[in-house]
Write a protein that binds this ligand. Structure first.
Ligand code: NAD
Ligand code: MG
Length: 396
């Protein structure tokens, strides 16, 4: 029996994870669920999946959850706060941790799971972008196994030889081809992109996801973060990772070997496939995802990304090359910019502009220690917030 903690259980990845887990009651036991504030959904999940503990970040939500569970006669223990979350990720009664919290907020619990030697199912790409070398080193020291959940990285993991150590390159690989759907504005002219709304940005043509990653997909910053993520996970230089737009989202990424062979992983765009792969690995387990009908799909198109309309990708590539604390700064400025856009304080094209302005003021440094990356994260957030408050940037 594998005992699983699902962190970010009320979100898009969390819900898909619980769907896969519930298909295999003989194989998995849900021991912990964690979310930020959504006590209503967490209550339903607690009653259905019967974890030992449930963690929320807001004290009011935790009180409400506790009261509702007591009324329902449920024995689930309710805890609150970031320390409880990290303790739950490292708990002795947990074998695998689904790290599916959105943003840098997911770093402490992901690190705790890595240090404690868990199987870490890594959806929270921001923690890797923020503190990649540290997270990988912690996993190595703790004896943890990191399995990527991001569909592209999970596809690459499946196409690489078995038995690789995280962060170490595979022999015989020439390059990685990272596919991108192109998001909702793939064909939108620049003049139209100026005024797009959060609702338009969150209406992704292929994937149903949380709002932050949906906006990242619309700016292509998601692909930028994924480029950095791929460099770290697979020990590759950025110039050996090519982004290719593939609007159908059927080929989830490809690995090219030195003999010219290219291996790809294909499937319907449904996150339950990478989730089931990572939960069952090295075995294969059912995910509930339908078979891919290739004849119905009919076409697989590929094209180069347009860096003029999607500057976020260019910014992320330069940051991947620079390394150090630059990725932490990019990630923090992006989180502030996306929240600004979703809150109506920043135009869509202002997102990459704000990130570029913050990066221009950053003196790059070593990202070896947690203190250095957290300081870079704090500095970038403060500067981005200050710039966001200036109407000059905010009105674009
Ligand atoms: P979401 O917004 O739907 O869910 C986020 C979850 O995190 C929620 O359960 C929320 O309560 C929780 N959370 C937020 N802040 C928290 C905090 N401070 N402490 C504890 N919990 C907190 O997001 P999502 O789409 O499920 O994405 C989650 C992560 O997975 C992101 O890092 C995203 O980039 C990555 N990812 C998502 C997809 C997808 O298809 N949704 C695909 C690839 C990668
Ligand atoms: Mg992805």
């Amino acid at each position: 029996m594998m005992r699983v903690a699902v962190l970010g259980s009320t979100g898009s990845i969390g819900v898909s994870t619980l769907d896969v887990l519930a298909r295999h009651p003989e194989r998995f036991e849900v021991t912990a669920l964690a979310a930020a504030t959504n006590d209503g959904r967490l209550l339903e999940q607690c009653l259905r999946h019967r974890p030992r503990v449930a963690v929320l970040q807001s004290p009011e939500s935790a009180c409400r959850l506790d009261a509702a569970l007591r009324v329902a006669g449920s024995p689930v223990e309710v805890r609150c706060g970031a320390e409880a979350l990290a303790a739950c990720a490292a708990g002795a009664d947990v074998d695998a941790v689904m790290a599916a919290i959105v943003g840098a907020a997911g770093l402490p619990s992901t690190l705790a799971a890595a240090r404690a030697g868990k199987r870490v199912l890594l959806a929270n790409k921001e923690s890797l972008v923020l503190a990649g070398p540290l997270l990988i080193e912690s996993a190595r020291a703790g004896g943890a196994t990191l399995i990527p959940i991001d569909s592209e990285h999970n596809a690459i993991f499946q196409c690489l030889p078995a038995g690789l150590e995280t962060g170490r390159p595979a022999r015989g690989v020439r390059r990685i081809l990272l596919t991108a759907s192109g998001g909702p504005f793939l064909r939108t002219p620049l003049e139209r992109m100026v005024g797009v709304t959060p609702e338009e940005a969150c209406a992704h043509p292929r994937w149903s996801m949380g709002r932050k990653i949906s906006v990242d997909s619309a700016t292509l910053m998601n692909k930028g973060l994924e480029l950095i993520e791929a460099c770290l996970l697979f020990g590759m230089e950025p110039d050996r990772i090519e982004v290719v737009v593939h609007p159908q989202s059927i080929v989830h990424s490809l690995v090219e070997y030195v003999d010219g062979s290219i291996l790809a992983q294909l499937g319907n765009p449904d996150m339950r496939t990478p989730i089931a792969h990572a939960l069952g690995w090295p075995e294969r387990i059912a995910s509930g995802v339908q078979s891919l009908d290739l004849a119905a799909a009919a076409r697989l198109d590929f094209e180069a990304p347009d860096l003029a309309r999607f500057p976020a990708l260019r910014l992320a590539r330069s940051v991947a090359e620079a390394g150090g604390t630059a990725p932490a700064v990019l990630n923090a400025a992006n989180e502030v910019a996306v929240a600004g856009f979703l809150g109506g304080r920043l135009g869509f094209l202002g997102i990459p502009r704000l990130i570029e302005a913050v990066l221009a003021r950053h003196d790059n440094g070593s990202a070896d220690g947690l203190a250095a990356v957290l300081e870079a994260d704090r500095w970038a957030r403060e500067l981005a917030e200050a710039m966001l408050a200036e109407t000059a940037v905010a009105r674009t």
